[in-house]
Design a binder for this molecule. Sequence first.
Ligand code: 3PG
Length: 395
Amino acid sequence: VGSLKEADVKGKRVFVRVDLNVPLDDHFHITDDTRIRAALPTINYLIQNGARVILASHLGRPKGVTPKYSLKPLVPRLSELLGLEVKMANDSVGPEVEKLVAELPEGGVLLLENVRFYKEEEKNDPEFAKKLASLADLYVNDAFGTAHRAHASTEGVAKVLKPAVAGFLMQKELDYLVGAVSNPQKPFAAIVGGSKVSSKIGVIESLLEKVDMLLLGGGMIFTFYKAQGYAVGSSLVEEDKLDLATSLMEKAKTKGVSLLLPTDVVIADKFAADANSKIVPASEIPDGWMGLDIGPDAIKSFGSALDTTKTIIWNGPMGVFEFDKFAAGTEAIADKLAELSGKGVTTIIGGGDSVAAVEKVGLAEKMSHISTGGGASLELLEGKQLPGVLALDDA
Ligand code: 3PG
């Protein structure tokens, strides 16, 4: 069996690893249910095809059984979205869970308690994986956001419970983040932002092999500026990455990739929402000032460059978009991508902060694909293989 659609699920107990690691506030209210909604196509398909659905997930990073990391607060929302009453287990393995599974009717859904309440989960303990596997007849991994972790419920169980196939969300993430990125419609542009070069080295190096154009924004640009001898004031600079920045710029040149750095920046007199701000050319940041966003000229030239493309991947914000004063660059990129999506350009938002930015401005629906994975999408963009994917039958 290669895919979920080919698997015979009628009446079968299906163990579905989902990533329901959603943010909760102090009152255990879900503040963003994107990951729950993203898991629905697979769960609904299984319900409609008469499977007995066992959902497993982690939440947070608990050390042992920690009530505040229980998955119970998710049950009402999940039930509402699925239009049926989801049953909750107090554990993820053991006799009580086995009993609940045995009682599960066709089309019924059982949510197991946080698998990370067992240290064996993160250790990828084979005995624990076997216990999870013993609950079901087949395995579906739809937890893209956790596919970079070789844990018992993401990797270990796939080795012992067959068939082991990808869910629809997993498939869609791979189609975009691997398929579209390795086989893009050209011209292909990558926009990479974020505060540190050090956390994006792998992504930049890997994308330089594939793109026609690389646009850089966010805090990391000041390391590139300093490497070129610009005055950067008190902007964030990784002194130990100056040589690396130089070599990345040279690599781009050798590869014929046009590397665009913002020509102007918005600077601030302190790192705060109410800082004084002004716009200056990128090479002229005065002492005591720090760059917190890309400037209007940069927005314009990035926009014109992107107008010529057919595929765009975006990872990392252009500035400190949490502060309204320094959100314009990130929002302008989100607007531009939404506009180009409407014109048939493939737009992929690869995880983490850039996803939060696109959601903040309400443009998520406009993009071709918004990834539900932070670390997982970064690793894929770095060209790495994900253990949760490799363990599946059709890897
Ligand atoms: C995430 O939120 O990135 C995933 O759910 C993985 O969580 P983890 O980083 O705690 O493994």
